[in-house]
Design a binder for this molecule. Structure first.
Ligand code: 4AD
Ligand code: MG
Length: 480
């Protein structure tokens, strides 16, 4: 490397050593003080220019957004707000940024709304907020791998193109090679997928679970971490059409073990960012506090960001059955006063995010694991309980987020699974390979899926999922 990262320079002893750095200009005050950032840290380094001895043409090109290289001497700072600064010996302009053009973009140094930043998502990573979010996101991914690797899990890459709808919700993006103006039909006038690229109907995966299960039933413990796709037309602050999911799957593990794993895993990764992203978290915490000032009391975050994260790592998640949750909801004030959009009338109702958030934020005031849901509101692969009407499902609900994890113990009994598939109209021929795992050495096994962006949302204190992924894909939006 021909230069040193700013994060390293900032931690050096200011013993008059020469340093060479590169970065983008954040501010240039009084023709003298450059605030430079290279993305390695939320903190800028101050570079002090001797303007009387610097070429006028160069001074004019030190503008916000420009890329420059600086050589100079690291010194103890005289000014406030930093320990060290660089006394500049030479500046080289690497990439100019025309101030008039910069003014039209989000690079201009003033407050821009998050909506505006989304429109210029290719530039928003140059802002403090987005560089902080993306560094936290990166650390979180690393922590995910570290947790599973340290605990003997194998990383499995399940296919992105698949013929199955793991969740059975029909929210799939089709994958085809057909000329859309000339789609081949069979003798019955139906689309002839035999003539398509794969010789069958295919889609982008909604979940790697089914393939993940087959690998867990051989490797013992696996996890996936990859992109998943859902064509659900949900324009909410919690839904993306393309999101990253982490799906561990464990052989010889029941639902209790699954809950233990999920809780331990989440605590580990949150603790990891607490220990490794303090500068960014401090910045995001302050940002959230500023935002909250303009919000009504009821919408403000009840805890500061790092306090909230510590709370997660230090407290047990509350485990509550669906049946208990329904009782709590039925007797709750908003239900009795018909304040919920969906009033809970009876056992069997599907829980909406308003109900989940009531349970977590108002009633329990801590993360909640709901388990043993009614069979008919959950996916086909979940293990049927002795009562014949509930399944060994679990959802983890988080304050401010709602559902962050969905998982279950899987139905390992061939006949029960076949019966279930028949009842809801899933063709056995399509999933012959999945059923084989129940024919040859079937066993109790469990797993879950955690939506990575919902985790990043929680860890950064942001409130819209579009702001925690570089290029969000949502209905009517696939720019960049
Ligand atoms: O609850 P889901 O649909 O469960 C599954 O896909 C199972 N196959 C997982 C498993 O057992 N292996 O999705 C799991 C998680 C949700 O809890 C949520 O965090 C996230 O994925 N998620 C989404 N995140 C962003 N945008 C969307 N549209 C999401 N849909 C689900
Ligand atoms: Mg779910």
């Amino acid at each position: 490397m021909t230069h040193t990262k700013i994060v390293e320079v900032l931690s050096l002893d200011p013993v008059l050593q020469e340093v060479h750095i590169k970065g983008w200009v954040k501010a240039f005050r009084s023709n003298r003080f450059i605030a430079l950032n290279d993305g390695s840290t939320i903190n800028n380094i101050q570079c002090v220019v001797d303007f009387e001895n610097t070429d006028e043409a160069i001074l004019n090109e030190i503008t916000v957004g420009a890329a420059i290289a600086v050589k100079g001497i690291l010194k103890e700072s005289q000014g406030q707000g930093q320990n060290v600064e660089i006394e500049v010996q030479s500046v080289e302009i690497l990439g100019k940024a025309d101030p008039e053009e910069v003014k039209k973009t989000i690079l201009s140094p003033k407050r821009h709304s998050l909506e505006k930043l989304r429109e210029q998502a290719h530039l928003r990573v140059r802002t403090n907020t987005f560089s902080a979010i993306m560094r936290v996101r990166s650390k979180l991914s690393f922590a995910v791998h570290q947790y599973f690797q340290e605990n003997g899990f194998n990383y499995v890459n399940t296919p992105i193109i698949t013929g199955s709808d793991a969740e059975g919700a029909g929210e799939m993006f089709k994958v085809t090679n057909f000329d859309l103006k000339n789609i081949p039909l069979d003798e019955n006038g139906k689309i002839d997928y035999k003539k398509d690229f794969f010789g069958k109907e295919t889609n982008l995966t909604v979940s790697g679970q089914l393939e993940g299960e087959t690998y867990a039933l051989g490797l013992g413990q696996i996890y996936t971490f990859g992109p998943t796709f859902r064509a659900e037309n949900s324009n909410t602050s919690r839904h993306l059409a393309e999101f990253w999911m982490i799906e561990p799957e464990v052989a010889f593990c029941d639902l209790d073990g699954n809950m233990d794993l999920a809780e331990d895993f989440i605590k580990y990764v949150i603790n990891y960012v607490l220990e490794n992203c303090d500068d960014d978290l401090a910045f995001l915490e302050n940002r959230q506090a500023q935002e909250d000032k303009s919000k009504p009391e009821a919408e403000r975050a009840p805890m500061a960001l790092r306090e909230k994260l510590k709370f997660i790592t230090e407290n047990n998640f509350k485990r509550v059955s669906y049946t208990e949750a329904i009782d709590i909801l039925k007797n709750s004030k908003p239900n009795k006063k018909k304040k919920f959009n969906y009033v809970i009338e009876e056992w069997g109702a599907d829980l909406q995010s308003e109900h989940e958030r009531y349970l977590v934020e108002k009633h329990f005031q801590c993360p909640v694991i709901l388990f043993d849901y009614p069979a008919n509101i959950k996916a086909f692969y979940m293990r049927l309980n002795e009562d014949g009407k509930t399944v060994r499902a679990m959802d983890i609900l988080f304050p401010g987020i709602g559902e962050i994890v969905g998982g279950s113990q899987r139905e390992e009994r061939l006949e029960v699974l076949q019966e279930k598939m028949k009842a809801i109209g899933i063709d056995e021929k399509e999933l012959w390979w999945y059923l084989d795992t129940r024919r040859f050495g079937t066993c109790v096994h469990s797993g879950f899926g955690l939506g990575f962006e919902r985790l990043v949302l929680f860890a950064t204190g942001m409130t819209n999922i579009r702001d925690v992924i570089p290029y969000p894909r949502t209905p009517q939006n696939a720019e960049f």
